[in-house]
Ligand binder design. Structure first.
Ligand code: N01
Length: 550
């Protein structure tokens, strides 16, 4: 076991978009910062995920850093929906351009983090035993980073190659001549299925719940588009922050009922042709009004019927059991058309229940499907998985795992009552996965950096979310989701995809704009809802920052 006795100001866990910006921002502010990263390179989810077809479904010009003029002007995105390799290259470019790597410890997975309440310091222990100490910890572990490994009968007996989409091998898989099966038809499955079908001898898709899928209509950016963004990016980025999703969608202003039926249909069609998630933003009440929702859902089902030649297969691909938008809508290319291929079979578990996985294939109540390569596209233990994977506690007796036994509790997603001097970036209780993740990560990092500067200027060594403020915020987060149809789906937003996980709607859906205004107001009021502490006796003997007042 080795011990790193240098007391840092801040340890950031994770070197994805959030952790890298955290390092840059806090270093610029004069803090002594170290990032600790489990992977061997920067990138976070864009480092680990490398399955065929992986792209981001937010426009590349928006899914990138806004804080740096240099990065914005020097990087040229090639396509509307960038491939994983391009996004990863961009993150590596940013890390090099900002000279971040010298303060990142790669290949180091944190196993536990303990706050010594007397000393006012965090001690982090890595798998393997190395320890790190800091006054503050920023968890930039990402809401979508821990794979969801499902319990499927017989899965352990499978004798072929088993791959989880989140842990795709670094070397490309050779699927030619192979029988391949994919379990899962969320965003990941929808992206990889058309490409796997082109390569495999036969592809079997196992679908538990059909996804609503819209066409990406990906395209190369032309020079004029790039020039427009370079010239106007500050205004464009600011405008995005003032929207509810943090993305420059064309937001419909009116409920569907106020629009003439023929105009509704024409607008849906126009948005469908435009591609990406546009078709979901036509009416202001998609997630609040069942009739509006059914109107859009029926439009999308009609598109499935038009794309899939066999009506029986088309029917299996149509979602009816949950309102559109209550599970993440998938953005794909030729997804439905892929089911017209002769080498693709669909197992719809609703009409063809699974018996078990066998060493050489999948047995359902209706038949047997031979499989050489089995791919789990079963998603993530989202939002809480990476935080709870670390044993986070205080010497005073608080443990995150106990505190979140019934689901996550946080104040603004940023702070957790009982855990002083710890911040979370895009945590549960913030817009997080319900927004442009890069934009939200930047916001949270800036808020945390401002907060740490505030504490330093005033000599306050500790800050902790107040329990009553946290409860009030969680009530507000719950109420925001209850006011919508979002609780009507067994989604990963609610933890429904992971066996035994508490069912609780986790992201804040009141809007990025509303959320950021609230965070600004909290900061302007001297971090209202946080308890800001004076130094304890133990801290005064060992600490650099001494509190002038309580
Ligand atoms: O995971 P998912 P994902 N037996 O949880 C099925 C982001 N993302 O990796 O719906 C059989 O959505 C499960 O079925 P059901 C994006 O935010 C973005 O696809 O639970 N099936 C579902 O079909 C996204 O939402 C991008 O009934 C089982 C699938 O596996 C999030 O990541 C690309 C099963 C899992 O779908 C997660 O997406 C990729 C079981 N035991 C990801 N367990 C882009 O930007 C689970 N399933 C485009």
């Amino acid at each position: 076991m080795s011990s790193n006795n240098n007391l840092l100001d801040v340890i950031i866990v994770g070197a994805g978009f959030a952790g890298l910006y955290g390092l840059y921002k806090l270093r610029e502010a004069g803090f002594k910062v170290q990032v600790i990263e489990a992977g061997d390179d920067v990138g976070g989810t864009w480092y680990w995920n490398r399955y065929p077809g992986l792209r981001c479904d937010v426009d590349s010009l928006e899914y990138s850093y806004a804080f740096s003029d240099e990065l914005q002007q020097e990087w040229r995105w090639s396509e509307r929906y960038a491939l994983q390799s391009e996004i990863h290259d961009y993150i590596k470019f940013a890390a090099d351009r900002l000279d971040l790597r010298r303060d990142i410890r790669f290949g180091t997975r944190i196993a536990s983090a303990t706050f010594d309440s007397a000393a006012g310091q965090w001690a982090l222990v890595a798998e393997g035993g190395e320890t790190f100490a800091a006054r503050y910890v920023v968890m930039a572990t990402g809401p979508l980073s821990v794979p969801n490994k499902p319990h499927i009968p017989g899965l352990d007996s499978f004798a072929g190659q088993l791959v989880h989409s989140v842990q795709w091998p670094a070397e490309p898989l050779d699927l030619s001549g192979k029988n391949v099966a994919v379990i899962g038809t969320g965003s990941t499955g929808v992206q990889m299925i058309p490409l796997l079908a082109q390569e495999a001898a036969h592809l079997t898709v196992v679908q538990r719940t059909p996804a609503y899928t819209v066409p990406a209509r990906n395209q190369e950016w032309n020079d004029a588009r790039i020039a427009y963004w370079r010239d106007n990016f500050r205004e464009l980025r600011q405008t995005a922050r003032e929207t509810r999703a943090g993305v420059l969608h064309e937001y419909g202003m009116y409920p569907a009922a106020t629009v003439r039926p023929e105009d509704r249909e024409a607008d849906l069609e126009r948005r469908w042709v435009k591609g990406g998630p546009n078709v979901l933003y036509g009416f202001s009440d998609l997630l609040r009004n069942e009739e509006t929702n059914e109107l859009v859902a029926e439009f999308l089902r009609g598109k499935i019927a038009a794309a899939v030649k066999d009506p029986a297969i088309a029917a299996k691909l149509m979602p009816y059991e949950y309102p559109v938008g209550t599970k993440r809508v998938c953005v794909g290319t030729d997804y439905y058309e892929t089911y017209n291929r002769d080498n693709v079979s669909l197992i719809d578990l609703r009409s063809e229940p699974l018996k078990q996985i066998e060493p050489d294939g999948i047995r359902t109540e209706q038949g047997f499907y031979p499989v050489d390569v089995l791919i789990l596209a079963t998603g993530y233990d989202a939002m809480t998985g990476a935080l709870l994977a670390i044993d986070i506690r205080t010497t005073g007796g608080t443990s995150l795992r106990s505190a979140w036994a019934d689901g996550p509790q946080s104040y603004l997603g940023l702070g957790i009552a009982g855990l002083p001097n710890m911040f979370v970036v895009t945590g549960p209780g913030s817009p997080s996965v319900f927004s442009n993740m890069v934009l939200s990560a930047e916001h949270d990092v800036e808020w945390i950096s401002d907060c740490l500067e505030y504490l330093r200027e005033r000599g306050f060594p500790t800050i902790e979310a107040d329990r009553a403020a946290q409860e009030a915020w969680m009530d507000h987060v719950d109420a925001a989701a209850r006011g919508t149809l979002l609780n009507r789906a067994a989604s990963w937003y609610r933890g429904a995809n992971v066996e035994g996980k508490p069912q609780k709607f986790m992201p804040y859906v009141g809007g990025v704009n509303t959320y950021q205004a609230k965070c600004r107001a909290v900061a302007a009021a001297g971090y209202e809802g946080f308890v800001i502490g004076a130094a304890t006796a133990g801290q005064r003997t060992g600490g650099e920052h001494q509190a002038a007042a309580g």
